[in-house]
Design a binder for this molecule. Structure first.
Ligand SMILES: N[C@@H](CCC(=O)N[C@@H](CS)C(=O)NCC(=O)O)C(=O)O
Length: 330
């Protein structure tokens, strides 16, 4: 089993998706604790400017974006895993899982959920340095009055989301999104925002969203939490230097797995080749943080590049942009 290292801070809901998956599958891991705001020198040690959390190393490979990370973790033994199964590819269930992922991340639910964070109960939100940091993350600044004005609209969007789950998936009394005896990755794709908000004092307006109004959704969140409480895995901690050394000390398990696909439109458009110096960045958030590296592979699903620290990094094509760097001293 290649060692898994998760760079994260404890209140990151995206990081929890990964930590829950590891725990429910019983995969041992190490965490490299990160501050909630920049700078993050441990990430810079990997040669990365990427600001989003989590970042996950599996052996000698580093992965960005939880959607790619979950796909890669699925390949760790035992595969197929007895707990926390992925719906088999080519099935309607796999389609549902993908759509739930698009709903929560690309569909804007996460951004709406952030607008519900309760300023009165979370002192960090009032901290000026934190506000500046998050303005860099989302690409614009919001003052307290502006944030308060967004709450009613965000609450209505989240009510729609609770209502959708209550009145469709859970309308037949099932325990899990895809039915069956236990949670699957479709539950992870769906539950994380509901789990996050329902656990945050002051986030939800009880007249709009409450266990009385959406009993099945709240019961599902509790059921998921009970599974987490009984699941066990080994987890340790590691410093940034140690994490970097461990990653560099592991042979890549994916060498030659992703090649520069000459038929990819982007490859043809820019005339990319293995070794081309490329810039890579996410388009939806944290976009001001552009990484540069030597291209190792690019296909329909991911781009692989090597940073100046010698680290092999994978980013998904979906939600990321890539282009060649005309002049660079790499
Ligand atoms: N699509 C990304 C989103 C990750 C994301 O937005 N993470 C948040 C933390 S929950 C973040 O990076 N916030 C800014 C920061 O921590 O610097 C993923 O799936 O990994």
């Amino acid at each position: 089993m290649p060692p898994v290292i998760v760079y994260h801070y404890s209140f990151s809901p995206y990081a929890r998706r990964i930590l829950w998956y590891l725990r429910l599958r019983g995969i041992p891991y190490l965490t490299c604790a990160q501050p909630p705001t920049l700078p993050r020198p441990d990430v810079r040690l990997l040669g990365l400017k990427h600001r989003r959390i989590p970042i996950v190393a599996i052996g000698g490979d580093v992965y960005l974006d939880t959607r790619l990370i979950l796909r890669k973790l699925a390949r760790l033994p035992p595969s197929p895993s007895p707990a926390m199964q992925h719906p088999p590819s080519g099935t309607q269930a796999a389609g549902i899982e993908r759509l739930l992922s698009a709903w929560s991340t690309d569909g804007g639910l996460f951004s709406r959920a952030m607008q519900l964070l309760p300023g009165a109960d979370l002192p960090l939100l009032k901290n000026k340095a934190f506000q500046r940091d998050r303005a860099d993350f989302v690409g614009h600044s919001t003052n307290a009055a502006g944030a308060a004005a967004l709450r009613p609209e965000a609450m209505a969007e989240l009510r729609d989301a609770f209502a959708l789950l209550e009145s469709t998936f859970f309308a037949d009394g099932r325990d899990w999104i895809l039915g069956g005896q236990g949670p699957t990755t479709a539950d992870i794709e769906a539950v994380w925002l509901f789990h996050w908000l329902s656990g945050l004092k002051g986030a939800l307006d009880p007249a709009t969203i409450s266990p009385a109004l959406f009993p099945s959704v709240f019961a599902w969140v509790d059921r998921f939490q009970r599974q987490l409480s009984t699941a066990k895995t080994e987890a340790g901690t590691v410093s940034g230097e140690e994490a970097r050394d461990r990653i560099l000390g592991q042979a890549s398990q994916t060498k030659d797995e992703v090649e520069v696909d000459a038929n990819e439109m982007l490859v043809k458009f820019y005339g990319l080749q293995q070794g081309s110096v490329v810039e890579v960045w996410p388009v939806d958030s944290g976009s001001a943080h552009v990484d540069v590296g030597r291209l190792l592979g690019l296909d329909s699903l991911e781009i692989v590049f090597e940073t100046d620290a010698g680290v092999r990094v994978h980013a998904p094509r979906h939600g990321f942009r890539q282009r060649p760097v005309i002049s660079s001293n790499l």
